[in-house]
Structures are given as structure tokens and as C-alpha cells.
Design a protein around this ligand. Structure first.
Ligand code: SF4
Ligand code: SF4
Length: 68
């Protein structure tokens, strides 16, 4: 199964990865903020991830790493 990790402190909460994910399993964590003051992106249903890396490619700040 693919594994997606986020360097949360670098995330600016732009939501581009949320839009890019074909499985719609990324969302912004509304319950917390990072040191920059943004809601960081998280994968909410990792078991549905297909490891396509669209999220990592889309992220302008290289926050996301996809392993498969
Ligand atoms: S690797 Fe693909 S399916 Fe998995 S979270 Fe990223 S965009 Fe979504
Ligand atoms: S695209 Fe990158 S910076 Fe934007 S919300 Fe997703 S992880 Fe954060």
C-alpha cells in the first residue's frame, strides 16, 4: 500500500493537493494549525490511496512525499 507523508510545517494550506487527488482523500486539518498559521493537509483515508503521486506533483512547496 502506498504511503503519503506531509512535511506539515512547510504546508501553506493552499488546497491544491486536495483538488489534485483523484480519490478525494486529502483534506485540510481544520482542528489544528502549523507554525505558519495554516491548516495543514492530511490524508484522511490512507487505505484508499493508489500511490499516483498527483498530490506531490501538484504541491508548490514540496511538502508531500509518496512511497509505493
Ligand atoms: S498519491 Fe494519489 S491517491 Fe494518494 S493521496 Fe496523493 S493524489 Fe491521492
Ligand atoms: S499543495 Fe502542498 S502546500 Fe498546498 S495544501 Fe497541499 S501540501 Fe499544503
Amino acid at each position: 500500500m502506498a504511503k503519503v507523508t506531509f512535511n506539515e510545517e512547510r504546508c501553506k494550506g493552499c488546497g491544491l493537493c486536495v483538488t489534485a487527488c483523484p480519490k478525494q482523500i486529502i483534506s485540510l486539518a481544520k482542528d489544528r494549525i502549523n507554525q505558519k498559521g495554516y491548516h495543514p493537509a492530511v490524508v484522511v483515508e490512507m487505505d484508499k490511496c493508489i500511490g499516483c503521486a498527483s498530490c506531490a506533483i501538484m504541491c508548490p512547496d514540496t511538502v508531500i512525499t509518496v512511497e509505493r
